[in-house]
Write a protein that binds this ligand. Structure first.
Ligand code: APR
Ligand code: PHB
Length: 389
């Protein structure tokens, strides 16, 4: 098999890139380890920056997002007593779109066949070869047969655990990492949200987040120790704790219901550089991870592929390689700024095991400063809606 661009991974990064390249008439094939059903069943964040919704508009895949997604003009920080509203529309002129990542993925997967975007699902033993050569390839096993997909370029969009980043020879790559000493216990339930906007709460018991997927489906999280056993958190205990951490206003409007999904996810900040080696280009979680505070993961994947698709299109349409040469530096500059914001919001809103009363007072003083300073609110708002491309 041959194509122009072989894409490893059919998460949001790989699917968006595949569609953008197909739209420009470039022959791209995606190789994915899992089934489409499995990819769709993964529950992730659901706050889209304008840069991300613009891509769906550009692809003409925005009908369901515009009909079912919710445009939010603000979000809230809570400090245990009050809600501090960050009016992102007033502060920046932009809004964010609340539309689940699995819905974005569904729209991209559903449109793939009609747009001639081939996705090889359930590919086993995916491996990258000759990434420094002019004919790099991806091998995989399908239905018991080994196949080789030879391309001009490979896009590594295979998430944190995929093989692409690891194909870069040791000694060339550099990792920057921070692992946080807690996780998020998330619950998805078919109940109306407790508030019309998101609430990120810093309570003495730890962080909590009230989010939503629609007017009838809510998503909540609490900070928990990493070794938390889910059995210790029956639904009622979790609702009780959410009510405490989110504060009395939210608690008064909280509807309880059975969990459709409940799980603990670790928090990590991670950046790998460079995002290019030879003819392999890394995008999305394959190159960087942010903690979910601020919901930047999918949005960073979208900005990476915005840069990468433009660079590849210039290469194939005008034989211009300058975009490809600049990709890694350009993408990383935005990645680091999103890393900074996610790290900042994580530090501001969580209880850390080594925090004493001083660190706690610093958090509360900063929240009070934010509550009373338009300058501080603008800084948070412009990062939340997404820095310019
Ligand atoms: N071969 C092929 N595909 C692979 C392999 C492999 N060996 N290993 C992993 N993959 C696939 C995964 O199954 C997944 O579908 O790569 C895809 C990577 O998708 P994501 O992890 O979603 O990463 P990305 O597309 O970069 O999206 C970034 O979306 O999933 C969230 O937390 C993520 O919010 C972040 C954003
Ligand atoms: C979510 O709805 O799952 C969500 C929203 C905002 C975040 C993280 C997760 O910052």
């Amino acid at each position: 098999m041959k194509c122009d661009v072989a894409i490893v991974g059919a998460g949001p990064a790989g699917l968006l890139l595949g569609h953008l390249l197909r739209q420009a008439g470039i022959d791209a094939v995606i190789v994915e380890r899992q089934s489409a059903e499995y990819v769709l069943s993964r529950i992730r964040a659901g706050v889209l920056e304008r840069t991300t919704t613009d891509l769906m508009v550009q692809l003409g895949l925005d009908t369901r997002m515009l009909a079912e997604g919710q445009l939010h003009s603000g979000f809230n920080l809570a400090d245990g007593e009050r809600l501090i509203r960050i009016d992102i529309e007033d502060l920046t002129g932009s809004q964010v779109m609340v539309y689940g990542q699995s819905e974005v993925t569904r729209d991209l997967i559903d449109a793939a066949p009609e747009r001639g975007l081939e996705v090889v699902w359930e590919a086993k033993d995916v491996a990258l070869h000759d990434i420094e050569s002019a004919a790099p390839s991806v091998s995989f096993e399908q239905n018991g047969k080994t196949q080789t997909l030879t391309a001009k370029y490979i896009a590594g969009c295979d998430g944190f655990h995929g093989p692409s980043r690891r194909a870069i020879p040791e000694g060339i790559g550099r990792e920057h990492e921070r692992v946080y000493p807690f996780g998020w216990l998330g619950i998805l339930a078919d109940v109306p949200p407790c508030h019309e906007e998101l609430i990120y709460a810093n309570h003495a018991n730890g962080f909590a987040l009230a989010s939503m997927r629609s007017n009838t489906r809510s998503r909540y999280y609490i900070q928990v120790p990493l070794d938390t056993d889910l059995a210790q958190w029956p639904d009622e205990r979790l609702w009780d704790e959410l009510a405490v951490r989110l504060g009395p206003d939210a608690a008064a409007h909280m509807t309880r219901g059975p969990a459709i999904e409940k799980s603990v996810a670790p928090l990590r900040s991670y950046v790998f550089e460079p995002m290019r080696h030879g003819n392999l280009f890394i995008a999305g979680d394959a190159g960087h991870i942010v903690p979910p505070t601020g919901a930047k993961g999918l949005n960073l994947a979208a900005s990476d592929v915005t840069y990468l698709s433009k660079a590849l299109i210039a290469r194939f349409k005008q034989n211009d390689e300058t975009g490809l040469e600049g990709y890694a530096a350009k993408a990383l500059a935005r990645v680091w700024k999103s890393e900074r914001f996610s790290w900042y919001l994580t530090n501001l809103m969580h209880r850390f095991p080594d925090h004493g009363t001083f660190e706690r007072q610093m958090q509360l003083a900063e929240l009070d400063y934010i509550a009373n300073s338009r300058a501080a609110q603008i800084s948070i708002a412009e990062n939340y809606v997404g820095l310019p491309l």
